[in-house]
Design a protein around this ligand. Sequence first.
Ligand code: GLV
Ligand code: MN
Ligand code: MN
Length: 419
Amino acid sequence: MAPVKNLSIDPERLWDDLMESARIGATPKGGICRLTLSDLDRQVRDWFKARAEELGCKVTIDDMGAMFARRPGARADIPPIAMGSHLDTQPTGGKFDGALGVLAALEALRTLVRAGYETFAPIEVVNWTNEEGSRFTPALAASGVFAGVFTHDWVYGRTDRSGETFGAALDKIGYRGPAKCGDHKLSAFFEVHIEQGPYLEAEGKDIGVVTGVQAMRWYEVTVTGQDTHAGTTPMPRRHDALVGAARLVETVNASAKRYSGAVGTVGLLEVKPGSPNVVPGEVYFTIDMRDPDPAVLDGMEGEVTAAAKKLESELGLQIALKNIWMQPPTAFNADCIAAVREGARVSGFSTRDMISGAGHDAAYVSRVAPAAMIFVPCRDGISHNEAEFSSKEQCAAGAQVLLQAVLDYDRRLAERDGK
Ligand code: GLV
Ligand code: MN
Ligand code: MN
């Protein structure tokens, strides 16, 4: 079967969807704050469901709140080819991280509907719950359960910093659906995303063909010392938890720099009791470490653990360092990567292969279904920032390649079935 060259997504419609949905949780600096399972998340989910239903899709929700909008294909007995991403954001998130993947998928599906094009397999648009891991750690919660990496109960019991559980928050917004997360089979999964890094823009490439995702690990650290009077406690008598934490933050940074290519971040830190004239008695913080090679992460973890042990005796502290998330590197499926490459070729876009530095739902989905990703450039490589920006044309290119990749994969399924 020849590629379908004349099916074109509409850049204006995609841009309108991006800008309209970005009003839900809009921040004064032009970004979005739409934390997972908040009332704003409910609002954007309702908005997405209404848009999908307008296109004649049936929307099902699973018990992790993941949403699947389905358009039937010629064959109801073949699992759907799915495409999507996430609609939750960071506290100072941009308009494109996640939203582009869901809305490009919606636009690709809309293009099929408007053209009356019948695919072989059903086509679905997916919105995964808690991709960001900002309110509830870790990230990729629903896709992790979908892939059998996390249990339902473990994720339901995760608490935000106010003590509310994931399960309670899911119920509160009314998105604990009847379907069991993980039971839904997919023929394949494709995710469009902004690159969130500088390479495509720097090299003037239109599309990143994502062949895998680097390894990542998250830790929660609690440093316990003694809260005492800031004016009266002599320096030698202190057990200052924040001094210990600060030295560990420096260790994480220095350790990542020692391994070229690795990254290490402390992005969340809470000091207790949090008073100008009390020596801090307890500090909680998180560590995020990433590298394509898990052996590098073993090395970094070893350095941080050794530093913590030393600080315990030096400063008279207790340091509990807990690994809460460990994701090995992901290699995407060769057929899906080939479909993305073909999608870019028929659309006339330049490409570059790349490994994702950011985590994505496609990484977990790839454990249970063939998957790959499509990246588009973003300005100055900036993301997880309200200034994050990809142009209308760049977003449209991602959606167009997505549509063509899905159609290419659909043809492969049909051909395989015909043999
Ligand atoms: C997802 O946003 C990540 O942290 O990579
Ligand atoms: Mn994302
Ligand atoms: Mn993100």
